[in-house]
Design a protein around this ligand. Sequence first.
Ligand code: CU
Length: 255
Amino acid sequence: MTAPTFGARARAWSRRAEVRGVFLIWVVLTALLCLFSFVPARLMGAPASPTKQAVETTMTLFTLAASPVAAFVWAIAIYSLVRWRHRGKQAPTEDGPAIRTNTPASALWVVVSSVLCLFLLVWGFVEVQAVATSASASDAMVVDVTGQQWVWTFSYPQEGNLESDQLYLPVNRPVIFHVTSKDVIHSFWVVQMGIKVDANPGETTQTSVTPDRLGRFDIRCAELCGLLHADMETSVHVVSPTDFRSWLRSNGGPG
Ligand SMILES: [Cu+2]
């Protein structure tokens, strides 16, 4: 008698009830997760900078890549819980046979994990490199940001240290934020521009962005900082260069 061929063994394997059950749950869960993977990145509103665009693409892509993996683990767990649940009042008297090794399964798991990790790593490096360009731009505008319980203050060192509690920025010009705090730790978060950095007392942290859409966007504190933390928010107004100069002039800046 000859041993069954690989094809025959695969066909027999694919006809097993547990393989079909897990596969079915895996397909449904993967589809659901992929469907919802577009949602989280879009909850924060339309992007107002290339950085936020990159954040959205990355979040969506990473969720898509993780969906089949998560669904596979859940599919096995759900199938096992439903199909092989122990029923009856008595505790089960014996366990199933221990499976110590399954070389094809281990090999497949290692290969799939490695490929996924490598892809995420390379993608991450490329995107970080791409969004870091604002920080090295020669025409970048510097804005000093100070957090204190529970307000943000902005000052423009290149414009005679003009101070404001609203942030005004000219469109398409790179900005570098130097961020600090007067009291406790806050976190400077420009929601639709996809940047966030801690504001620490006695330290200066830095982040940068190039706003590329006109409009008014949200600035929030993203670090629990006391009683009125939830109210520690203000707006950033992205305006044309001409409007920016007239805003500077009307607020006592050099214009
Ligand atoms: Cu806060």
